[in-house]
Design a protein around this ligand. Structure first.
Ligand SMILES: [Zn+2]
Length: 406
């Protein structure tokens, strides 16, 4: 059993030996290999020697360990993490350090993860610690997400390369960390729990006044485009979208994208019938087109400014519509509401990609999930319910009057 107070930053932690269940203390010698950081352990009871992963993020909920020369094993059901690590070759990715050392206590946040959403969730937990001047913060993060690291983070180690390469060991990382921490006698690592208390979250260091004073415009609809999950209205279409995603049937992509674009175009046409003057933006990863029904701000390789521009769109939007996935984390946090299209095969992951502050109880009524196999009429009804009718029912300042439309 693990005994560790959340976010205390202890260098050691109590575990049960995975072989004989005897209690022991781990954490004296660490190997920073990537998304998993290993602690060398030796059980005094059964005399087994093994590495035990620091209880950080998913490894805190689902402990993982390995014996010398053996594959990683898990004491719980978390096969994606174990399989990803075991199936990965050690990658010589390039490391880039930015920052300068100081004499303050260093809090180390390992935000490396091959999944964009997991890495983003780890990074969000850095924000509250920026309010504590007694600490310096060192963030280990994928370079792909460096745009999301606040400027006030004094030290950052960026790992360049494809996100999927972060599933396994990163060559050179552990040696770099040993050398760096040797010059910081006082440092602590953080647990980055999966169920983070978002009440403590302040995005001010990231979005500044734009987030504090959101200029939400109810008559603005943002559509978040995803290249590998699709809104398909027929059973056959959804089956093809699933095959495309699972088996990488790339020859289907242009057909799926055309179907989805047509669905969104029809949605916008129907919503505009009830909400004249509706502004529509299309964001997300994809090749932008000239569209007469939306301003297409998609990008195939978004840079930092593009990512932040998308965040400003979410903060201004009355509603964001998108397909289930980690790219909906920031829209759900920043926008007034979302309509999320959820594939049947993702029902088990309902709500994992939705963030809002606990104090924002209103948000609960403004986050809706509908099946991806939904008609234009059904999605239009949900969009109108939130864009047009939600203020009538919930806005006490304007009783009896809808904000928009005829
Ligand atoms: Zn033991």
């Amino acid at each position: 059993m693990l005994h560790l107070d959340s976010c205390t930053g202890l260098k050691t932690f109590e575990i049960s030996c995975p072989y004989c269940s005897a209690p022991l203390t781990a954490g004296s010698r660490l190997k920073w290999e990537g998304m998993l950081t290993w602690s060398e352990c030796r059980c005094a009871s059964c005399r087994k020697e093994f590495d035990y992963a620091l209880p950080v993020a998913h490894a805190a909920r689902f402990p993982v360990y390995r014996s010398p020369g053996q594959k990683v094993e898990s004491a719980a059901e978390l096969q994606w993490l174990v399989q990803a690590w075991n199936n990965s070759e050690a990658s010589p990715l390039s490391l880039e350090y930015q920052g300068q050392a100081s004499s303050k206590i260093l809090r180390v946040f390992n935000c490396l993860d091959p999944c964009y959403g997991h890495a983003l969730l780890r990074l969000l937990q850095v924000f509250p610690w920026l309010q504590h001047p007694e600490y310096d913060v060192l963030v280990l993060a994928p370079a792909r997400l460096q745009w999301f690291i606040p400027e006030s983070v004094k030290q950052r180690l960026l790992v360049h390369g494809p996100m999927k390469a972060l599933a396994g060991e990163i060559q050179g990382l552990s040696g770099w960390m040993d050398a760096h921490l040797a010059s910081h006698p006082h440092w602590q690592w953080d647990t980055l729990p999966l169920n983070f208390d978002y009440e403590r979250l302040s995005l001010e260091p990231f979005l500044g006044a734009e987030y504090q004073i959101p200029k939400a415009e109810a008559a603005t609809l943002v559509i978040h485009w995803r290249k590998d999950r699709f809104w398909m209205q027929s059973r056959a279409g959804e089956a093809l979208a699933w095959c495309y995603y699972k088996y990488r049937w790339s020859w289907l992509q242009s057909w799926l994208e055309a179907q989805q674009l047509r669905n969104f175009k029809n949605l916008v046409r129907k919503v505009r019938q009830q909400v004249p003057g509706l502004s529509v933006y299309l964001v997300g990863m994809g090749k932008p087109k000239m569209l007469h029904w939306a301003i297409d701000e998609r990008a195939e390789s978004p840079d930092a400014e593009t990512e932040k521009q998308w965040c400003r769109r979410y903060a201004q939007a009355g509603l964001v519509v998108g397909i289930h996935g980690s790219h909906m984390l920031l829209p759900s946090l920043l926008s007034q509401g979302i309509v999320e299209l959820l594939p049947d095969w993702k029902i088990n992951h309902w709500g994992e990609d939705v963030l809002f502050l606990k104090k924002d109880l209103e948000k609960r009524t403004r986050c809706r999930m509908v099946p991806t196999r939904s008609s234009t009429q059904r999605v239009t009804a949900h969009v109108l319910a939130l864009l047009k009718w939600w203020p009538l029912w919930y806005d006490e300042k304007k009783p009896g009057k809808a904000h928009l439309g005829a």
